[in-house]
Design a protein around this ligand. Structure first.
Ligand SMILES: [Zn+2]
Length: 224
């Protein structure tokens, strides 16, 4: 059963899915002096960060942040076909890694423009989904926006882009099928015209997608 069955969130979905096991970053040498690194130990407990045995500088490894934007035009959502590895040629919701100095919305707007040519101001993006993906050490922040004109053009990082209804989606060519439920949820919200803010947790043993704004329990384990 899902570890989060006690949580009170409506529309929550929880099921198992199999992925590779957790791999922490393999850090070997200090970024300051090149000295050997030691795992930080507190008492008898090994922590997931390191320090330099020579200069004692701490070496932090943090999850990376992915920013995405669900852009709707009518009942269609904007997809982009990846032009870069990994998963070159596969499709996904436009997004990428947040860069230094950017706010979350600025990063999402930049990635959207780079991949699809669509310009949306950061303050026009509304927070839509948050997610922790522990098995690849990533956190994602999803925004949403609506456009009146469904014109897009692929940028240097994408091979193609387009607005698709749920039935038109390239479901067989999705870059990261682990997050398909999030995308299906976006289509559900488009259909209903009611948008929650969603919180996802994906680990090597479970996946849960919860509505932040609802408080009733409606959760099932699909056994995947
Ligand atoms: Zn050092």
């Amino acid at each position: 059963m899902c570890k989060h069955s006690a949580n009170a969130f409506a529309k929550a979905k929880c099921y198992r899915f199999l992925t590779r096991s957790v791999t922490l970053s393999d850090m070997n040498f200090c970024s300051e002096c090149g000295g050997p690194l030691l795992r930080h130990v507190v008492g008898t407990e090994q922590r997931n960060h390191w320090y330099c045995a020579r200069c004692r500088a701490p070496q932090y490894v943090s999850p990376r942040i992915i920013v995405t934007t669900f852009v709707a035009s009518g009942d269609r959502l904007l997809w982009a076909q990846r032009g870069l590895e990994p998963q070159r040629g596969k499709w996904g919701i436009p997004g990428g890694f947040l860069e230094l100095g950017e706010t979350l919305a600025e990063g999402a707007a930049r990635e959207l423009c780079e991949e699809t040519g669509i310009v949306v101001l950061p303050d026009q993006l509304q927070l839509y989904m948050t997610g922790s993906i522990t098995f690849i050490n990533q956190v994602y922040m999803g925004f949403r926006a609506t456009v009146d004109v469904d014109v897009c053009s692929p940028g240097v990082e994408s091979m193609a882009c387009g607005f698709f209804t749920r039935d038109e989606c390239p479901w067989d060519e999705v870059a990261y099928p682990q997050v398909n439920d999030s995308i299906r949820q976006a289509y559900d919200d488009l259909d209903s015209g009611s948008f929650d803010v969603w919180q996802a947790e994906m680990t090597e043993s479970y996946y849960v997608l919860r509505s932040v704004s609802h408080s009733e329990v409606d959760q099932s384990d699909n056994g995947r």
